[in-house]
Design a binder for this molecule. Structure first.
Ligand code: AKG
Ligand code: FE2
Length: 322
């Protein structure tokens, strides 16, 4: 089948970030709209995130996951009310999957000094590594992808005819979670086990960095009824829309199923996904007239409520604020 030759659109964002002539921005807005309508995914260059930041982040992820198992376990995200910290291999199992994900992950988010809204906002967990080896490069990178996520949201809003100003009320204090991931070599996974099993992303915009040449991501294309590999190319990001965007855009933008199988027998694979959701109490920015006033927080709880045993306090607060 020719399916292997299908490539996701590659969009140069510099036309939007740093337009050189009239019409550049409109062109990028149209390209992003078409890609998200057709695939829910695209690849991008000209995104404004320096290679130094990308390399610094990948080094930090490598250092983190090379810490002794016990040390990593002591940073468990299950002990943290804001779900920041370490997730061990084998802890994620989706309904319908036979085996849990082989990946291990580490989560950070907004750095809020105190826990608020029972855990939507709060401080991060930082591993006991020298600042210049972990916290500084990771935080700098987080801010850069936070910025890129916001730009993509802006573009998506304009693609449906809304002004950029909608972002002001949507993202005053946006929930932006970052997930650093390591996939074990293929030889170390069980037959039939995935790095990350087939899923759609929950929320808003996902900004994904794949370690260069460490292939493994596959996207489901409805019209081909097949999985399409997305090559891991240096300095090329993968952007995709989550379920919240699909719902809020009335299906104009797709949230596509994807999965990861590390293709390398003897080498691990690193990646990092930044999920730009929006303010916990924000409602639909893609259709401000939407009569359903469901908030980002409520949608998050609906999706993860059962999976992640959220505290009742959390659920009550978000309900009360609706
Ligand atoms: O590692 C990747 O390439 C994708 C990860 C992913 O889909 C996710 O964490 O939601
Ligand atoms: Fe995903």
């Amino acid at each position: 089948m020719a399916v292997q030759e299908i490539q996701l659109p590659l969009i140069d964002l510099s036309g939007y970030i740093d337009p050189k002539s009239p019409g550049d921005r409109e062109r990028v807005i149209a390209e992003v709209r078409d890609a998200c309508a057709k695939f829910g995914f695209f690849q991008t260059k000209g995104h404004g995130i320096s290679l130094d930041l990308q390399k610094g982040l990948l080094n930090s992820i490598d250092t983190l996951f090379n810490l002794p198992k016990e040390e990593k376990r002591s940073l468990s995200f299950l002990q943290n009310v804001s779900r920041r910290g370490y997730e061990e291999s084998g802890m994620s199992l989706r309904d319908g999957d036979k085996l849990p994900d082989s990946k291990e992950a580490f989560y950070i988010g907004r750095e809020d000094p105190v826990v608020e809204h029972a855990g939507f906002y709060g401080p991060n967990v930082w591993p006991p590594l020298p600042e210049d080896q972990f916290r500084t490069p990771v935080w700098n990178y987080y801010q850069a992808t936070h910025n890129l996520g916001s730009i993509i949201w802006e573009i998506l809003l304009q693609g449906l005819g809304h002004p950029i100003s909608v972002m002001e009320s949507f993202a005053k204090k946006p929930m932006v979670m970052m997930k650093m991931i390591r996939y074990p070599p293929l030889a170390a996974t069980l037959p039939g086990q995935f790095g990350v099993g087939a899923h759609t992303d929950f929320g808003g915009v996902t900004v994904l960095l794949q370690q260069p040449d460490k292939h493994g991501l596959e996207v489901w294309l409805d019209d081909k009824e097949d999985w399409v590999p997305v090559k891991a190319v240096e300095d090329v990001y993968v952007i995709n829309c989550g379920d919240m965007i699909m719902k809020w855009s009335g299906g104009a933008y797709k949230s596509a199923k994807h999965r990861v199988i590390n293709k390398a027998d003897n080498e691990s694979r690193l990646s990092c996904a930044t999920f730009f959701h929006g303010d916990v109490f924000a409602t639909n920015p893609l259709n401000p007239d939407d009569p359903v006033k469901e908030t980002v927080g409520q949608l998050l709880i609906k999706r993860f409520g059962n999976q992640f045993s959220l505290s009742d306090e959390w659920k009550r607060e978000v309900k009360a604020a609706a």
